[in-house]
Design a protein. Structure first.
Length: 449
């Protein structure tokens, strides 16, 4: 293959282009020279234009004939995200190569926006296509010596289970699974933390957990778990430290805590669920130190890595920080990836704490309503410390799938959890109103009686 620096890579690698600056405007009027700048982050607090929940709801093109109580599966895009996607798509359609070459710095902007949102640094962020890809990259990349093991739980989603199983199959890594609580609705923080501590062995190097379980709605006390691990790690050398890795997708866009507040080593999330970010986007955040020693799975498209390869260095990715190094290379759906800043800013314009308070308020209303129905069994804890936006329950005598179908016939979009013990889920978010929650609960009541 002939290496044509400009055509093949130079234009396609973020740092190279960022360093060179964007290319000159195109004859078609400058679309390729640079995008319309994204609105600046609110910085000074919530945006008055999004001060009311009806105003927030107005930003979405949702079908209003249904009560949408399953948006945690897949996002609708709010106006600023839609507009950014349209803008990039149009420019790419008009001038794909020049727009691409001129705008690779937008990958950096996406990592900067993600870092500002989670409270990390841009180089600590990998851009991925979804949670699944992020988990697979992370669990494939983390260092593990032959005697060391991965500890995970029986509550995790299929994708964590599979990412770890595949790692074990490829490398012979040992994976151990433990329950952190016996009965979800009665789970306590003490129970969870003490079960975790009991399960950590001298060889445990990776701890793989999920912040909010999509099976039960239980939210793990990540800070307390991190502190408990910190105590254990204090006596260990760096290469033996147990790394706390969190699938955070069902808290991402719900809870307001930063990665510093959480104290974990890695946080993985898709941006196309509660965050209402571009469909097909996700991130992995890792502490700068925790990225050290990880090995790539998919070649990154970073200029320094490519240059090292061209000059015959053995490990071309050695000089690239963990986040960009772990971002899969190859050309991407840039109109979606480059609309990420608008998604993070949308949440910041509403206010992260305000969003958390609203989702908890609606969730509590939903749980209280369901708990008052005699034939309904709630499986999500009532406590806000142990739950987020997912409410799981069963209706006596009705299979979850059947209940979801019957709710849909009554224009309530619910979901059933894809686990062996499957439950019905209602997941009210920032697009829902208290009245919608009451309507959904009333329809559940009608089904149960
Ligand atoms: C806990 C959990 N993690 C990961 C996923 C997969 O997310 P993504 O579609 O972003 O890969 C899901 C379900 O959709 C989930 O419930």
């Amino acid at each position: 293959m002939r290496l044509d620096r400009r055509r093949f890579i130079a234009g396609s690698l973020t740092s190279a282009v960022a360093a060179r600056g964007a290319l000159a405007a195109t004859p078609t009027g400058g679309a390729a020279a640079g995008p319309t700048p994204a609105p600046p982050p609110s910085g000074g607090g919530p945006d008055p234009a999004l001060a009311t929940w009806p105003a927030v709801r107005e930003q979405f093109l949702l079908d209003r004939s249904h009560v949408q109580m399953a948006l945690m599966l897949f996002a609708s895009h709010p106006r600023p995200v839609r507009e950014a996607i349209d803008r990039h798509r149009r420019a790419l359609d008009e001038n794909p190569v020049l727009y691409l070459e001129g705008n690779f710095k937008l990958d950096v902007a996406a990592r900067e926006a993600a870092a500002a949102y989670v409270g990390g640094k841009p180089d600590e962020i990998a851009l991925t296509g979804n949670t699944t890809t992020g988990l697979a990259l992370l669990y494939g990349a983390l260092p593990l010596r032959p005697q060391q093991e991965i500890l995970t739980t029986t509550h995790d989603h299929y994708v964590t289970f599979e990412a770890l199983r595949l790692r074990a199959q490829r490398t012979g890594a040992k994976v151990r699974r433990v329950p952190l609580y016996a009965v979800p609705e009665k789970a306590t923080e003490d129970e969870i933390v003490s079960n975790l501590v009991k399960a950590i062995g001298p060889r445990t190097r990776i701890v793989a957990v999920t912040w909010v379980h999509s099976s039960t709605g239980v939210k793990l006390p990540i800070r307390r778990m991190a502190d408990a691990l910190g105590e254990i790690n204090r006596k260990r050398p760096e290469s033996d430290r147990a790394l706390l890795c969190v699938d955070g997708v069902h808290a991402f866009g719900v809870e307001h805590e930063s990665v510093g507040d959480l104290g974990c080593d890695f946080l993985v999330a898709g941006c196309h669920k509660w965050l209402f970010g571009p469909r097909g986007t996700g991130i992995v955040w890792g502490r700068a130190d925790a990225w050290k020693g990880t090995s790539g799975i998919i070649p990154c498209f970073e200029w320094t890595a490519l240059e090292a390869w061209m000059h015959g260095k053995k490990n071309p990715d050695e000089e690239v920080p963990g986040g960009p190094r772990t971002s899969p290379g190859g050309f991407q759906v840039y109109e979606h990836r480059w609309a990420l800043p608008e998604a993070f800013q949308f949440h910041e314009r509403i206010g992260k704490r305000r969003i958390a308070a609203r989702i908890h308020e609606l969730g509590t209303r939903c749980k209280q309503g369901l708990a008052s129905i005699p034939k309904v069994k709630l499986h999500t804890p009532m406590s806000e410390a142990l739950s987020a936006g997912i409410t799981c329950f069963e209706i006596d005598g009705l299979k979850p799938k059947e209940a979801v179908e019957r709710l849909l016939a009554r224009k309530i979009v619910a979901s059933n959890s894809p686990y062996l013990a499957s439950y019905v889920r209602l997941t009210p978010g920032i697009l829902n109103t208290p009245e919608e929650v009451d309507r959904a609960v009333a329809e559940v009541k009608a089904l149960a009686t």
